[in-house]
Design a binder for this molecule. Sequence first.
Ligand code: AMP
Ligand code: ZN
Length: 142
Amino acid sequence: MSDQCLFCGIVAGEVPSAKVAEDDTTYAFMDINPASDGHLLVVPKRHSKDLLDIGAADLADVTVAAQRIAKAVSKELGADGVNLLNCCGADAWQTVFHFHLHVIPRYVDKTKDRLVLPWRPGVPGDPAAIAALGARLSAAVD
Ligand code: AMP
Ligand code: ZN
């Protein structure tokens, strides 16, 4: 529990939420500003700031919970697809600094779905630059 953290407050029941599911290590609740019908968030109960901070076990638990909930959401709401989204850092649109996965059901019916692609698909990069960055990253991964 981190003082002043909104999602720690939700996990503790001190801040109201529309709970969807809970287990020993994770908590899922509806997003109050939904990008589509059924948009929800899955968080670890233990506080971690973001993707770079969260422990491997909590990350695994949150991801598996998100998959289980995505299956239920797809079946119950008749979603045509699902996006999982994580924002890590303010420059990557993170606004609440307690790790969370967005589970965003997607619909052909756009009256239920306000999410749009944040980049222009199909714009090729420079192959040499891509390969050079790939090589740097390959050498940097533990
Ligand atoms: P992010 O911008 O990736 O950090 O996502 C934070 C998400 O938390 C946003 O989609 C907000 O709509 C959502 N949010 C903020 N406050 C609450 C709250 N009290 N209950 C549910 N969702 C919230
Ligand atoms: Zn927290």
